[in-house]
Structure formats: structure tokens, C-alpha cells
Design a protein around this ligand. Structure first.
Ligand code: NAD
Length: 353
């Protein structure tokens, strides 16, 4: 039984990880989260009821709060997911991304190093700092380029991906310089239940249902490699429990899709599952909008290392995962209505400091 400290456990991927850890493993979980706009305790409703779950409301930039949480929870491992994660927001206001993703990761690494240095040899040996990162650090690919591997040189394009790339470098430096036992994962685009409505897939589903335009950037030919979020959560647990210290693992779903194809697939599923009142297709709501500056054309991940070394494989295809996702949004109106009207933030009032 591990004691796992998850940073950012109220976010999209963090909450999938916490739900997975509570439902499918015997481990204890501490969720350390600042609860920015992206943190939603509604996403943890059942997991929060477990005696194996506890919550620390803290900012990863606050060294004293981190020291208190480490001393109180005494984690076996840390899984670091807390971040600012939305590319469009990073273009409009990069400062938060530099603060949380770079400075916050530095402050967390130092807190982890202090804690790790204080452990007895047996617990020191077990300790891991697992940094969760993105494939966007590798930049973008031409149609004919090879997939991203763990040795692809970094070439981030946006303030978001540059801040994540910087945090990856810090994590590797803390291993090389101080010997901190780290693991790093770089994952492709995630989708699935509890995804914040500003991101492409939920945004399209909810706009479609509201009869609003379905915005597609540029020509819609940008390619993303999609992974169902629960497959990512499983991969992260494999890496933190069985991965080799100091190593990086790419995680991806072998599901390269053009953005326009994704939007059209959602329309076709909604046409079947919740047809428009006028009987016409949701595709009629698709609208092309001005492209995002510096928009990467293609990401695609080679996940053969984690498949070969840890035996992980995605369980969902894009077709099965997107159907589940669309159905989830149809069945969980309460969750997203509370996000859209802002009342999800009220769930924070009763939390522990
Ligand atoms: P998210 O934006 O949904 O959630 C981020 C969480 O971090 C929120 O709960 C937020 O409250 C918390 N947080 C933000 N700043 C904090 C701070 N200063 N201190 C403590 N908590 C803070 O993000 P996500 O999509 O779940 O992504 C999680 C991680 O996975 C990120 O590091 C991201 O870079 C990485 N990642 C995301 C994707 C993707 O497709 N979403 C793909 C690969 C990697």
C-alpha cells in the first residue's frame, strides 16, 4: 500500500487518477490542489467519501504549505499534475503559466527534496517524484514526420508548452544534480468524462446541445493523438509503481485525428443519441474561425516504450472512447451545468485548509 500525494487532483486528469486510485487500488491518496477555476471537487464526489482520501487545499508555489502537507501525509510517492493547462489562456496571459508550471514545479521539487532527505533509508529508496507532462513539449510534426519518441528534441511553441518543457528540464536536473528519484511521462491529448468545457471536445458537445456554432480553428486539419483519460490514469499508476527511476515514458493512444474529423464524429454521435428537434444534422452548426497564433499542425506519439517495458496498452479506441464521452455528457447534465453557471466553485467552501 502506497501513500500517494497527487497535485492537481481536482483537475481533469488528476480527478480521473484519484478516482482510479480509490476505486481500483488499495493506496491512500492525498489530493493537494489550489482549486483554480480548473479545480472541481464535484469531479471527485465518490472518491471523497473514502477513508483512504484526504484533501489539502494548497498552492504548489507555497513552500510552507507544502512542507506542512508532506509532514502530515508522509507520502510514499508524489504524482505532480497541478498546472495551468489551457493553450489559449497561455496566449492571452502567460504569467500564470510561468508562475505555476515553472516556479510552482521548482518549489514543489525543493519541498520533495527536503522531505526525501529526511526519510530513513528504506522509505528513501521507495520515494518517487513523478512529473506528468505533455507531448506538446516536442513541438509539432509535418504529415510525413516520424512520431515523437522519448528522445525527440524539445521545441515547444506556445507559452503553455514552453512552461511545461521548462518544468521537465527542472525535474531532470533535480535527478541529475541531487539524485531525487524522478519519473517523467509525456502524454498526448486526453479526452473523456469531467473535462472542463473550455477544451475542444466538451466545448463542441455543449455548444451543439445549446444550438450554438461549433467553432473549428483555421482549416480544421490540425492532427491530435487522442487518449481516453482513464487509459492515461492507468498508465500513470503503472509508471509510478513499476517505472525505472530517471526514465521518461511517452503515453499515447495511436489515435491521430484531424480536429474537423473529431467535431464531425461528435455531430454524428449526437445525431444518433440526441437528434436535433428539427431533424437536421449538428454538422450544420460547424463554423470555421480564425486560427490560433502559432498553432501546432500535428502531434503524434510513439508509446512503444511503455507498452514494451511496462505492458501498458490503451483499452479504448477513439471510436469507443468518444461514444462513452458523448454519452457521459448527455447523462451528466448536472455536472456541466454547475460548471457553466459557476456553482461548482461553492463546493470549495467546506474544504480543509
Ligand atoms: P486541469 O487544468 O484540468 O487541472 C489542473 C489542476 O491543477 C486543477 O485542479 C487546478 O486547481 C490545479 N492547480 C492549478 N494551479 C495550481 C497551483 N498553483 N497549486 C496547486 N494546484 C493547482 O489540467 P489537466 O488537463 O488535468 O492536466 C493535468 C496535467 O497533465 C498538467 O500538468 C498537464 O500539463 C498534463 N497533461 C494534460 C493533457 C491534456 O490533454 N489535458 C495531456 C498531457 C499532459
Amino acid at each position: 500500500m502506497y501513500k500517494i500525494m497527487v497535485t492537481g487532483g481536482a483537475g481533469f486528469i488528476g480527478s480521473a487518477l484519484v478516482r482510479y486510485l480509490i476505486a481500483k487500488t488499495p493506496h491512500k491518496v492525498a489530493n493537494l490542489d489550489k482549486l483554480t477555476y480548473a479545480g472541481n471537487l464535484d469531479s471527485l464526489s465518490n472518491a471523497q467519501l473514502s477513508s483512504r482520501y484526504q484533501f489539502y487545499r494548497a498552492d504548489i508555489c507555497d513552500a510552507a504549505a507544502l512542507d506542512r502537507a508532506f509532514a502530515d501525509f508522509q507520502p510514499t510517492v508524489v504524482m505532480h499534475l497541478a498546472a495551468e493547462s489551457h493553450v489559449d489562456r497561455s496566449i492571452d496571459g502567460p504569467a500564470e503559466f510561468i508562475t505555476t508550471n515553472m516556479v510552482g514545479t521548482y518549489v514543489l521539487l525543493e519541498a520533495a527534496r527536503r522531505y526525501w532527505g529526511s526519510l530513513d533509508p528504506a522509505r528513501k529508496e521507495l520515494f518517487r517524484f513523478h512529473h506528468v507532462s505533455t507531448d506538446e513539449v516536442y513541438g509539432d510534426l509535418e504529415e510525413s514526420d516520424e512520431l515523437f519518441t522519448e528522445s525527440t528534441p524539445y521545441a515547444p511553441s506556445s507559452p503553455y508548452s514552453a512552461s511545461k518543457a521548462s518544468s521537465d528540464h527542472l525535474v531532470r536536473a533535480w535527478h541529475r544534480t541531487y539524485g531525487l528519484p524522478i519519473l517523467l511521462t509525456n502524454c498526448s491529448n486526453n479526452y473523456g468524462p469531467y473535462h472542463f468545457p473550455e477544451k475542444l471536445i466538451p466545448h463542441i458537445i455543449l455548444n451543439a446541445l445549446a444550438g450554438k456554432p461549433l467553432p473549428v480553428y483555421g482549416d480544421g486539419r490540425q492532427v491530435r493523438d487522442w487518449l481516453y483519460v482513464e487509459d492515461h490514469a492507468r498508465a500513470l499508476v503503472e509508471v509510478v509503481t513499476r517505472g525505472k527511476v530517471g526514465e521518461t515514458y511517452n503515453i499515447g493512444g495511436h489515435n491521430e485525428k484531424r480536429n474537423l474529423e473529431v467535431v464531425e464524429t461528435i455531430c454524428v454521435l449526437l445525431d444518433e443519441l440526441q437528434p436535433r428537434a428539427d431533424g437536421r444534422s449538428y454538422k450544420e452548426q460547424i463554423t470555421f474561425v480564425k486560427d490560433r497564433p502559432g498553432h501546432d499542425r500535428r502531434y503524434a506519439i510513439d508509446a512503444s516504450k511503455i507498452e514494451r517495458e511496462l505492458g501498458w496498452k490503451p483499452q479504448e479506441t477513439f471510436e469507443s472512447g468518444i461514444r462513452k464521452t458523448v454519452q457521459w455528457y448527455l447523462d451528466n447534465r448536472d455536472w456541466w451545468e454547475r460548471v457553466l453557471n459557476g456553482s461548482y466553485r461553492l463546493a470549495r467552501l467546506g474544504d480543509k485548509a
